[in-house]
Write a protein that binds this ligand. Sequence first.
Ligand code: PLP
Length: 383
Amino acid sequence: MELKKTGINTLCTHYGELEDPLYKGAVSPLYMSTSYAFEDVEVKRYPRYFNTPNQVALAKKIAALEHSEAALIFGSGMAAVSTAMLAFLSAGDHVVLQKTLYGGTYNFVVEELERFGIAYTFTKGLAPNDFEAALQDNTKVIYIETPSNPLLTITDLKAVGTMAKKAGIVSMIDNTFASPVNQNPADFGIDVIIHSATKYMGGHSDICAGAVTASQAHIDQVFRLAKNFGGSLSDYTVWLLERSIKTMGIRVKAQNENAMKMATYLEGHPEVSKVYYPGLKSHPDHALAAAQMSGFGGMLSFELKEGLDASAFQKALQLIKPSMSLAGIESTLLSPTLTSHALLTPEERKHQGIADGLIRFSVGIEEVEALQSDIDQAIKSLL
Ligand SMILES: *Cc1c(COP(=O)(O)O)cnc(C)c1O
């Protein structure tokens, strides 16, 4: 049977798995060796060369999930982001970056690129012509993130992919928020796909990892830098991540469904003034999201009515955990003003559309009725 043509759940469960010829175990055996006998002088197996048996097996699975030829697994999402970006940028080059990026990626760009002699421009907006306008003669990479954090804006994958190909440069996406279950940017011509596997791939808030998928030629270029930077993932965690991904299809679909129900519920709540979710018809990019995503994801944001205190709201929750990360099977939420965007001035936050009452909600797999009544009782306690 050709596994690749089966479907997301079969790919998640089986693709790339290692056989256990000795004991016929049901799951991939775990090889913790850091030293391997030479098969021939050419093949040197070593964890930092990203080619231990478990790394190679998991890379195959993740590449297949992203409709890509090859993949590398990293020790964190930021190891994947920084290695991928620097693999295609040298002194004198320029990179165009989407204006709304994950905070860690933004920090990497503004704190590190300049001293490598790499120039950068953040786009003014998210429309294709905003990217076009930022291109320069020395631009080598366009870097996007969709849906974005925390307002779930959507960037046109096909427009960016086509633009990059025409300009002869590399397009990159951070596909963490969508996960490969909901969005496969390779199908729209995006070259390099990055994941914080700490999020939906891990899915249980207990693994820190990253991944890059692309054509074999692009992965070879990332690998050249990756082996020198040394950001590989421990084989034990590789093995745990393989186990987690087995359930990613059903987890993420359950989260999609819950998020849609929660978004609809919150849109009708009298104490909520705004809901940002690409699955809602009221979302300005709903049509674009529907065209390029197969599900709308488990992330949404909403604004509490003016006067309702975001901090007190969080403290009043009994089930949903206020916490920093996202994408676990348990529901979590945070106030960007108090956490991820706390260092911005109130004017900068306003400019980015981040209200004081904004709550970013990572919807889990709990019964949706339980999530609704938790939010409702927390809001009522403020009135
Ligand atoms: C968490 C996250 C990252 C960084 O991943 P780490 O595993 O924390 O290094 C990058 N991009 C997005 C969108 C994220 O949510």
